[in-house]
Design a protein around this ligand. Sequence first.
Ligand SMILES: Cc1cc2nc3c(=O)[nH]c(=O)nc-3n(C[C@H](O)[C@H](O)[C@H](O)COP(=O)(O)OP(=O)(O)OC[C@H]3O[C@@H](n4cnc5c(N)ncnc54)[C@H](O)[C@@H]3O)c2cc1C
Length: 392
Amino acid sequence: MKQQFDVLVLGAGMVGASAALALARTGFSVALIERQDLDQLNNKLADEYDLRVSAISPSSQQLLNELGVWQDVRRLRCCDYHKMSVWHEHGAASMNFSCEQIGISHLGTIVENRLLQSVLIQHLTHLPNVTIFKEQQLKSVQQSDNEVLVTIKSGQLLQAKLLLAADGRESSVRELLHIPVTTGSYQQTAIVANVSTEKPHDHTAWQRFLSTGPLAFLPLSNGQSSIVWSADTARAEQLLQMSDEDFKLQLAEAFEFKLGGITSIGKRAGFPLNWHAADKWLEGRVLLIGDAAHGVHPLAGQGVNLGFSDVASLNQIVKSGEVIYQRRTLRAFERQRKAETATATHLFTALKLLYGRQTSLLCRARDLGMSVVDNNILIKRLVLQSAVHNMV
Ligand SMILES: Cc1cc2nc3c(=O)[nH]c(=O)nc-3n(C[C@H](O)[C@H](O)[C@H](O)COP(=O)(O)OP(=O)(O)OC[C@H]3O[C@@H](n4cnc5c(N)ncnc54)[C@H](O)[C@@H]3O)c2cc1C
């Protein structure tokens, strides 16, 4: 027997769960399908910080606040950063930004991915118009002009007017519907770990560009820092294999001892870095959002923020009373969001190239560019406004 909903959302990651919440809060009946055991999420919120964290921009926080989840995230644990400092291994210039420069209380907040996901799921479980199918996977998708019909692993049939595919970078929906995807490898791996340092992080998001890739230190509320060290694949492999003691030394050196030595380090994990962009986001009654539609280099910490911008756009559409299932509405959404994420993808790729090269001419140009930005409050404000609004 078929179960009928207004909207099906596949994938209860940060983007899928927030999209489900936005639609459910506007009165839609929503089915959320997730392959993982979501009950485990809470159990995993132990004392130790999760390895996967995200810098959540003020714009994304505004959406999460509107959805009623942000105050719970703040009550649990997260860390605001008030300053950003960026510099390059070759060159003397640096760029330093602070929240006072644009009159806001903080530039962003570091949150563990699974904590944010868990808070979203908690809110969804309390809504009568939401059904969560956990530990379920998509088996097939069929479409007619007016409906989309999904079969899940248990054999249940779910019917709706729209399927939102938020099933991440390896999207099975994208594959089942043969939607082409353009991808590019940065030939790099991002190493993540949580570390303690001799000096306090000073609520600052630090990023040093090395010719082999950017190294970021992001502040955590327990005084530790979450590092994201992107390095060419062979170098990253070496860094992942070496002993904790050797890694701590290499890390402190790569960071110019900005926060002194590294006094302790937890687990390390590596993530291969690629960018990708689905050629189309809309196929009949199926719409791709979040990493299912687009993926960028983590150097600007914008991946999930772009996904939240997709959700904010959908939220605006439903709140304005427009019919979300109308092809015209979905096409307009696709056109607008696709253009915005394409700009971000190209910008991050260009930045990665610009900061990765080291001819003397480029070094001087980079230094000059950074000094111009650092000494011009108007340009600084422009850069900050774009970052705060998920536009870079
Ligand atoms: C090292 C690193 C650092 C990063 N740092 C930042 C940062 O600071 N700021 C930022 O904005 N972004 C950052 N990102 C990017 C960010 O992590 C991703 O953009 C974000 O997690 C994507 O969220 P999503 O919900 O779209 O997809 P995902 O998080 O991939 O969620 C997809 C969900 O769908 C489920 N799923 C998949 N397939 C199926 C299926 N067939 N059936 C049912 N369920 C399914 C999965 O289990 C998962 O729960 C970083 C990325 C990396 C690699």
